[in-house]
Design a protein around this ligand. Sequence first.
Ligand SMILES: [Zn+2]
Ligand SMILES: [Zn+2]
Length: 332
Amino acid sequence: MLTEPQIQRYARQLLLRDLGEKGQESLGAVRVHLALGGSLAGAAAAYLRAGGTEVERASTSPGPWASTPPLVGSPPARRLDVLAAPAAPGRSGVVVGAAAGAHVLWSIAEEGCHACLDLARRDLAPPEVRGPAGIQLGTLLAFLVQRRALGLGSPLEGIQMSREGVLSTVSAPDCIHRPPAVPGSVLAALLHHLAAALPDEGCAVLVGREDGVRLVPMENAQAAHHARDPEAFPRTARTAFSLDPRAWLTVLREADQAGERVLAIAHSHPEGPPGFSDEDRRWAAPDGQPLLPGVAHLVVAFEGGRPRSARWAVWAEGDFRESDCPLPAEHE
Ligand SMILES: [Zn+2]
Ligand SMILES: [Zn+2]
């Protein structure tokens, strides 16, 4: 709850911005750690403080922007980092940089993908601004911080300001560091296909683009490989899967033509074990590097002919990370 003096102090903002009391509380519930200098930082700090957000300056000199007293009894626990490229915010915040004469700001939420932010800010230089441009950029920066404080915007969003001061949004890269979002109907079709392959391991490919995910059922080529050359392929299709190279190339070509990309390779473990096995790991990253960068793996473990669990394995920052994939209800 806001106290009476606080309400008076921010009444103007409460009325003008249509934030409401809840929005104003949200602005006061973050602490901004500002590691920037110059007119840019000054403008951002002034704007944020005027909006009711506590700002800590990383520099030793507070400059003309004296600290305002905190608005709530205890200091806000939620911290937003604001800093210059190539540094990166800890959990959440905004990074400001320059590229090709323009200024670029990336804002990330706690739940945003930091590996994607790393890609986005990789080529940014520290911002170099003076005078009026710094004030304009500082105001824009404060606006992005306020959006973050209010819980608005996508988990990772970018804005570019041209030399002439023209604003445009910058698209975040397609995230390959987290399991893709697969609709329940596609998952159900996948489980159906994998169940049909029992007692052998089944396999499939998931391809997609922004407007949807498509299942490409694949045949397990391991049986043919094993029959042809049991020495090179000692395991049968009961305990291994492999994709036929020509079929795989067809998938790649068709996805390319449709503007899709391969999101994941799925396979089953007919009698467990759940999750990405050591064998799977060796197959997916034979030399410690992923064979198919940006492609996730989905392992569905069956037990007594029924799917029991599904686990994602996604390569991010040097290793495969596993996470659960909830099974559609009708298969439980
Ligand atoms: Zn990502
Ligand atoms: Zn496996």
